[in-house]
Each structure stands twice: as structure tokens, then as C-alpha cells.
Design a protein around this ligand. Structure first.
Ligand code: SAH
Length: 375
């Protein structure tokens, strides 16, 4: 074997080593980000109003000066993964050039919202979602994935915590709040484009948001389409004591048993929680809910539909990292619940099996698509 050949083989193996290390250390990036959030670094940078030097950051965090270099290393990794960036600026006090940290679009979405005004509450913000995913209750099950493959529990969450996630949420008010806040923060992203969906919601008079959580989706929809009446339908412990308005109602129940009659049934991040068999059961309940409304109205069958916001896995069309995120969500659905992320063909099969005849997919919510499904 000549030297060039063995160097070529070595190169390939070193490349593979780097690949392995990058992936087995993926958690180091998420834990470092979690640390930055725990320390409140995004807010300190935000409140500083100009780039913040490492010395200023150490001082604002009240850290001992001996931690300066350590913090700089944490920031270097998070700059590399595009959570912060570093920029040169002119320091007017000392009349010199300095380097300071600034936020990126991603860390702006992770600011802690200290302002309780209605307006700032409506700003897109994903900190509650990050806090949920990085919480020990959701991190622990990942340690049990292998054990679960060899066991009988239906979810990895159950192997780790001894109870399914929805029951766990029911029994642990703190986790229930963390979970519902996270879902609401994810929903707030929807408000960025919902007003552009006139074709989809303009002709809908009544809508039931099934698995609607705290009702934020419904409020966002009503803000854009005030002519509608929205019912948030979720498990009784989720909708208890919620404040209703003239066109926003809350109903507690079980979507496997019955869904209130309506023109449109809306689901966001719900169907991906369930197995194919269960999705078909839920979709059949939707068909009945739409049919009941039709019969009450003596309608012409034109209004009834489902509006589903969920992921559609498309490895041919999506960028590599978007597919990676969707596939990670797919495993998350296996770890936490009995659901999965689906391709277009997999969705279609379920729609047809539940008795719906056609559908239309519009990819408008970033990772998620909007699917309209018609009887
Ligand atoms: N649609 C919301 C919440 C999604 S999480 C959002 O986009 O943010 C899934 C929701 O389904 C939770 O609120 C959960 O309480 C609800 N859920 C779970 N099982 C249910 C059932 N059997 N009937 C009705 N809702 C259910």
C-alpha cells in the first residue's frame, strides 16, 4: 500500500471520527444553550442596547472575574451555532475599538418576557418551548430509549416516569403549566401569517380547535377573523376555569368520544401525537361533527372541512437541516407519546381511510404545513 493510499484512507476515517464526535456531542450544544438561558444572557445583551464586551457581561451576571475565560468559551460555541454574534464597535467613553456580543434572530426569540403588557405577551417567543424541551422531565426519557425497545410500555416517557405523559401532566400542575406555556409559545409563531389565510378561514363561521390547549390558537384566529365563533376543546383539566367571551368558548372532553358540531375542525400539533389507528378514530369523529352541523343547518356541504397544522416530512424537497429537525421531532413523538411525523403519502392514506375525499397542503408555517381536508 503506498503512502497516498493509506493517507486517503486515514483521511476518510478521521472525517468519520469528526462526524461521530459532532453527533455524540450534539447534546453539549443544547446544554450550553440551556445554560445561557438559565443565566439570562439573551436579556442582558438585549438590555445593554449596544454590543456588550465579555467583561461587561461577566459583571452584569455577577460572576467572579476568574470565570471570564470560561464564559468567553461558552459564548464562542453559541456564536458558532448562530445564537449570538460578535461585532466590533467604537467605545465612545474610552475612544477605542472593542468587540461585543449581540443577539441573532434566534436569541431574540429566546428573550425572557419581563413585560406583562398585552402587546409584548403577543410577540413571538420560544423560550417556554426551549424550557420544556430542556426540562429534566423531558430529558430523562431519552436515557431509557434502549430499555423501552426491549420493554412493553407504549411510550419511552412511561418507561422513564411510570405513567403516560398526559396523565403525568394531569397529576403535576407545575409540569402541566410548563407544557401548556410551551405549546402556547409555539402557537404564537402562527400569528405571523394567519391574517394572510383569508381563503382558508374567511368562509368558516364556526370552528372547534381540538386539543386547543389554553386557547391561544383560537384567540389568534379570532383576532384575524372576528366573524368566527371558536370553541377550544381539550381534556377537562386543561380547559378548567378559562375565561370565555362572546365568540370564544371552552369545552372539556375526549376527542375519541365526541367532538362538538362545527363547520371546521382545527388541529395544531395534535395529530402527530397519535398512532395511525388513533388518528383515523379522531378523524372519523371530526367527520361526524361536521356532518351533524350540516344536518342542523340544512347546508349544501360546502363549508365543512378540517384544517390541520402539522409537519409533512419531505426529504426530497426540504433542506437537509429542516428534514433533520422533522426527523428529530418524529423520534420525540416516539419518546413522549405514541405518535409520529408523517410524509404526504402517509397523511393521505389516513384521510382516505377516515372517509375524507380530497385535501390540499400549503407549507406556510416554516416546519409545519397547513392541510385542508374535505369530506
Ligand atoms: N393545539 C395546541 C396544543 C397541542 S398539544 C397547540 O398547538 O399549542 C396536544 C393537546 O392535545 C394538549 O393540549 C392535550 O391536552 C390535548 N389532548 C390530549 N388528549 C386529548 C383527548 N383525548 N381529547 C382532547 N384533547 C386531548
Amino acid at each position: 500500500m503506498d503512502l497516498n493510499q493509506s493517507l486517503g484512507e486515514a483521511d476518510e476515517l478521521f472525517e468519520a471520527q469528526a462526524h461521530i464526535y459532532r453527533h455524540i456531542f450534539n447534546y453539549a450544544t443544547s446544554m450550553s444553550l440551556g445554560c445561557a438561558l438559565e443565566l439570562g444572557i439573551p436579556n442582558i445583551i438585549h438590555d445593554h442596547e449596544r454590543p456588550i464586551t465579555i467583561q461587561e457581561l461577566v459583571s452584569k451576571l455577577n460572576l467572579p472575574i476568574t470565570k471570564t475565560l470560561h464564559l468567553q468559551r461558552l459564548m464562542r460555541l453559541l456564536i458558532h451555532s448562530k445564537f449570538f454574534s460578535i461585532t466590533k464597535f467604537h467605545d465612545q467613553e474610552n475612544e477605542d475599538e472593542k468587540e461585543g456580543y449581540v443577539l441573532t434572530v434566534a436569541s431574540k426569540l429566546l428573550l425572557k418576557n419581563n413585560n406583562t403588557s398585552e402587546n409584548s405577551q403577543n410577540q413571538p417567543n420560544l423560550l417556554p418551548f426551549a424550557n420544556l424541551i430542556l426540562d429534566p422531565v423531558l430529558m430523562t426519557p431519552w436515557q431509557f430509549l434502549g430499555k423501552w425497545f426491549n420493554g412493553n410500555e407504549s411510550t419511552v416517557f412511561e418507561t422513564a416516569h411510570g405513567t403516560p405523559m398526559w396523565e403525568f401532566a394531569n397529576k403535576n400542575p407545575g409540569f402541566n403549566e410548563l407544557f401548556n406555556d410551551a405549546m402556547a409559545s409555539d402557537s404564537r409563531m402562527m400569528s405571523l401569517v394567519v391574517k394572510d389565510c383569508k381563503d382558508i378561514f374567511g368562509s368558516v363561521d364556526s370552528l372547534v380547535d381540538v386539543g386547543g390547549g389554553t386557547g391561544l390558537n383560537a384567540k389568534i384566529l379570532l383576532e384575524a377573523f372576528p366573524h368566527m365563533t371558536c370553541t377550544v376543546f381539550d381534556l377537562p383539566h386543561v380547559v378548567v376555569n378559562k375565561i370565555e367571551t362572546k365568540n370564544l368558548k371552552y369545552v372539556g372532553g375526549d376527542m375519541f368520544c365526541s367532538i362538538p358540531s362545527t363547520d371546521a375542525v382545527f388541529f395544531k400539533n395534535v395529530l402527530h401525537n397519535w398512532s395511525d389507528e388513533n388518528v383515523v378514530k379522531i378523524l372519523k369523529q371530526c367527520k361526524e361533527a361536521i356532518q351533524r352541523k350540516e344536518d342542523d343547518d340544512d347546508g349544501d356541504g360546502k363549508k365543512g372541512k378540517l384544517v390541520i397544522i402539522d409537519m409533512v416530512v419531505d426529504e426530497n424537497q426540504d433542506r437537509h437541516e429542516i428534514t433533520e429537525t422533522k426527523l428529530v421531532f418524529d423520534i420525540l413523538m416516539m419518546v413522549l407519546v405514541t405518535g409520529r411525523e408523517r410524509t404526504k403519502n402517509e397523511w393521505e392514506k389516513l384521510f382516505l381511510e377516515a372517509g375524507f375525499s380530497r385535501y390540499k397542503i400549503t407549507p406556510i408555517f416554516g416546519l409545519r404545513s397547513l392541510m385542508e381536508v374535505f369530506p
